[in-house]
Write a protein that binds this ligand. Structure first.
Ligand code: CTP
Ligand code: MG
Length: 240
C-alpha cells in the first residue's frame, strides 16, 4: 500500500493512538511499538484501508509525536493526524471534531487492535446501515468469572452466558456519538471517563447492538500479546 491509496467510502474511522502503553513496559508509545518490523499503527491503518466503506481515517497521536506519526503514515494512506488527549475518551473527542459533517457513520477503533480484519469493519458498518445507531463487536467470555472481595475471598461466580468481551471498531451514527461525548462532560468541564464509546451511548439511554467480534481484533496490552499478534500476522490469514 502506498500514499496513492485512495479512500472512497462514506465512513470515517477514528484511531486513538495517543496512549503510552504502560502495561507493555518501558519503550516508545504503544502505537509505535513494532510488530514484525513495523509499528502497530501502520498495521492498524493498513488493515482498515482494506475495508471499501472507509472514506476517512483520523489518528490521534501522542502530542509530541504528531510530526513523526504524520511522516510515518504519509507512505501508507491519506490520514488526518491530530494531537490526542489525556485519556482515550479525550483523544476520541478531538479526533471526532475533525470529521466533516458529510460522514454520517463514524467508527471508533484502537491502534492497539492493529490486526482487526476489514471484514470486521464491514460487519459493524453493515449493522449501523441496517438501522442500529450504536454497534459493538463482541466475543463470548471463555474464562469462569468470579467476583472477589477483601482478603482475596470469592464472593460469587458470575453467570458467564450473559457476559461478552467487547472489541473495536465500534460503529455509530455520527450525531449519536457526538451527543454521547458531549453528555460525558459536566458543567465544570470534567469528563466522566469510560473505557469505550458504547459506554457513553449507554449512559444517554440509547440502545447498543452487538455483532460477532473476531479473535484477530485482540488488543495488544501486555508483552505476550505482541507475541500472539506476530504469530497471527505470520499465519497470513488476516484478510479472511
Ligand atoms: N489512547 C489514546 N489516548 C490516551 C490513552 C489511550 O488515544 N490518552 C489509545 C491507545 O493508544 C490505544 C487505545 O486508546 O490505541 C486503547 O488504550 P490502551 O490499550 O489502554 O492503550 P494505552 O493507554 O496506551 O496502554 P496502557 O493503558 O497500558 O498505558
Ligand atoms: Mg490505557
Amino acid at each position: 500500500m502506498t500514499a496513492h491509496t485512495t479512500l472512497r467510502g462514506d465512513v470515517a474511522i477514528l484511531i486513538p493512538a495517543a496512549g503510552t502503553g504502560e502495561r507493555l513496559g518501558p519503550g516508545p508509545p504503544k502505537a509505535l511499538r513494532e510488530l514484525a518490523g513495523e509499528p502497530l499503527l501502520v498495521h492498524a491503518v493498513r488493515q482498515v484501508c482494506l475495508a471499501p466503506c472507509v472514506g476517512m481515517i483520523v489518528v490521534a497521536a501522542p502530542p509530541a509525536q504528531v510530526p513523526a506519526v504524520t511522516a510515518l503514515l504519509a507512505a501508507v494512506a491519506p490520514v488526518t493526524v491530530v494531537a490526542g488527549g489525556v485519556s482515550r475518551q479525550a483523544s476520541v473527542s478531538v479526533a471526532l471534531a475533525s470529521v466533516p459533517e458529510r460522514f454520517d457513520i463514524v467508527l471508533v477503533h484502537d491502534a492497539a487492535r492493529a490486526l482487526a480484519p476489514p471484514a470486521l469493519v464491514d460487519r459493524v458498518v453493515a449493522a449501523v446501515r441496517a438501522g442500529h445507531g450504536a454497534v459493538i463487536p463482541v466475543l463470548p467470555v471463555v474464562d469462569t468469572i468470579k467476583q472477589v472481595g477483601a482478603a482475596d475471598l470469592v464472593m460469587g461466580t458470575v453467570d458467564r452466558s450473559v457476559l461478552r468481551a467487547v472489541q473495536t471498531p465500534q460503529g455509530f451514527r455520527r450525531e449519536l456519538l457526538a451527543e454521547a461525548h458531549r453528555a460525558a462532560i459536566d458543567d465544570l468541564g470534567r469528563r466522566a471517563d469510560h473505557t469505550d464509546d458504547a459506554g457513553l451511548v449507554e449512559k444517554i439511554g440509547h440502545p447498543v447492538h452487538c455483532v460477532p467480534g473476531d479473535v484477530r481484533a485482540l488488543k495488544v496490552t501486555h508483552p505476550i500479546d505482541l507475541v500472539v499478534a506476530e504469530a497471527l500476522l505470520r499465519a497470513g490469514t488476516l484478510s479472511a
